[in-house]
Design a protein around this ligand. Sequence first.
Ligand code: GLA
Ligand code: GLA
Length: 668
Amino acid sequence: MRGIGYGGDYNPEQWPESTWPEDIRLMTEAGVNLVTVGVFSWSRLQPAPGELTVGWLDRVLDLLAEAGIGVDLATGTASPPHWLVAAHPEILPVTADGKRLAPSSRQHYCPSAPAFRAAAADLAGRMARRYAGHPAVTMWHVSNEYGCDVPACYCELSAEAFRDWLRTRYGELDRLNEAWGGAVWSQDYTSWDQVEPPRTAPSFANPTQQLDFARFSSDELLACYRAEREVVAAHSPGTPVTTNFLYLSRPVDQFRWAAEVDVVSVDSYPDPANTEAHLFSAMTCDMTRSVGGGRPWVLMEQATSAVNWRAVNVPKAPGQYRALSLQAVARGGDAVLSFQWRAAATGAEKFHSGMLPHAGTDSRVWREVVGLGADLSRLAQVAGSRVPAEVALLLDWESWWALELDSHPSRLRLTELIREFYRPLFEAGVNADFAHPERDLSGYRLVLVPALYLVSNAGADNVRQYAADGGTVLISFFSGIVDPDDRIRLGGYPAPWRGLLGLRVEEFAPLTEGAVVRLDGEAGDAGDAGANGDERLAVGRVWQDAIDLHGAEPLLRYAEGRLAGQAAVTRHTYGRGEAFYLGTLPDRATLRVLVEQACRYAGVEFRTDLPAGVEAVRRGDHLFLISHLDRPVELDLGGKSLDLLTSDIVGPAVVLGPRGVLVLTARD
Ligand code: GLA
Ligand code: GLA
């Protein structure tokens, strides 16, 4: 593709053929150049086992090719047809409490069921054989949002596959017993046949069993993806293959998965009712770019306005679809697609917005769709460029799964914690990547470690070495607590990083929901964090660590409560680097000061001139300035610059309209 891709899911089989020419005409009017076809079309592609029945799809693809619109062609396997379920009822997934799910929706398959895998690979192969080389086919789209509706299956077939997976991981049953803590609650196994998925149990299921089942479930879904990808690649070599990830989503380990797709793609559905929708979507964009190692990626789905699946579905504000779409481009996206082209008239998603709404072209949404198409066509030169980042937030799906298991000191939610640390970076125009703890960190000046509960020896050493070599780290509470077996690292927390941090945590004292504890600053710049230059009190939230100092300097202390007088936030020089530790979650303003300090230590530019709600992102040679405000805002650009969207020279003073966007040629 040249330039930025633009379009959405196109489901022509839901409409009479007489509407198709109108679809093509309107796509052309909107500047659409890429559509996803066939995601849920299995029953119309294969009404019965065997041959494809695709006259309709031939005609659709030919129409799109004639109009010069590329197709991200689905393998069509995301929703098994009723005839397959009737022939193989065992493909229906089973929940942890033994309920078999009905086929009246979608994604109703057990990833370990051989009959499902065979049927999916068969369909994918037939699709690839027939459409390889079709002039419209730009990319292959395997299945859809693996793990979204059914993240794991607990049936007998899954149990067998889980045992096989465990045999590969542990070899000997004794090693499994050791890893799973078999001595606790009489959990030793004497035969592999006794091992089951962590089904609903009287009390907490064995945590390592649960963790291994999360690993296994991600791997089983990945095996489904691989089986389809292999047959597609065999018949359609050279055409890139993707599968769309779900935003900030726990079930699949995106670092592992991203290595297996040619193009990383993601679906992003921030809630417009949330005043920080743009923060969630920015995190999604950065995560997607990061799992792909910085390659340009595809925003495969978003909503032009409302979705249908929340309790209350608020439409996007005027300009919000545009602002969030341009945010995706700013953060490395090379294509902006929506679910779906034409808002459906029937079925479960008929109240989900589309690019072409029920109201037709005389509508706000349609006008915005046409407007965005024109904007994106002006950004062609941005495509392919990289998003430089000097800061990384460590993220590991295995740690995420383990962190959110039950029977912990407190119920922490990783994406909520990450958001706290991401927010100040976002507000200061600091580009950040997400990085796996074991990857080379030397390219970053600052590494943030929010609640990395589980860490391997290699990951722990990597972080330590990074600091020793001159990096700056900022580590939060409940990091470095367990090893990959979910076994506590003993001797005081966080065992692998006590030397790095110059402290030892003796005990956790989590705070109840909504409770806060006052914090006091110390001398020097550290005091700024506590007092913050105003009368506002610094407080801690969520968590308190009881910290013994072993060389670290306290920046903030608990000013009240059981830990009054003890260190809450510290700094320690380690090797050539600097290590900050947060034993509590400071209020937003205080956390912002601390992250700013860490940035300054690390030599990362931390802008304080951006009005709240205005995002600044550097991509390649361009600086994107995006307002998420519903009122105009004044900016000082510090000079004159060319805006790619309007071709106007703007600045130094400029007024950005509500949800306005500038794409400036960056000056060094
Ligand atoms: C109960 C059980 C114990 C232990 C404690 C933990 O009392 O009998 O085995 O699990 O709860 O609080
Ligand atoms: C998911 C699915 C789409 C559609 C959208 C609706 O992302 O992949 O098929 O159901 O949700 O928001």
